[in-house]
Design a protein around this ligand. Structure first.
Ligand SMILES: [Zn+2]
Length: 106
């Protein structure tokens, strides 16, 4: 197993997890709930971590995440609930965790 992504914002880690799942890359969380206690100051030790189960997936996973999270080719979206701007990489509003209302055409 290899650590592929970690961030103090667990929504970013959750987003990375979702993206990798869409690419059929198995991942596991570590410290998923470590920083959720109210009043606790999250240190680097307790940042949620995303690990790839199969080391062979590591390079691809890093590439997918870096591409998705930079997402310069994708537009930002504005939350219909709180009017916050969200980077395209976010699947939920970073501010209020609402889903974007944009309906994807399938
Ligand atoms: Zn919002």
């Amino acid at each position: 197993m290899k650590l592929v992504y970690t961030h103090e914002n667990r929504f970013l880690v959750a987003n990375a997890h979702n993206i990798l799942e869409q690419h059929d890359i198995s991942t596991i969380w570590k410290n998923e709930y470590a920083s959720s206690a109210i009043g606790e100051v999250a240190s680097l030790d307790t940042w949620p971590e995303l690990w790839v189960v199969d080391d062979a997936d590591y390079d691809q996973a890093v590439h997918i995440i870096s591409t998705a999270l930079s997402a310069k080719n994708a537009p930002e979206w504005v939350c219909s609930n709180c009017d916050e701007k969200n980077d395209a990489a976010f699947e939920l509003c970073w501010n209020c965790q609402s889903e974007p209302e944009t309906v994807e055409v399938k």
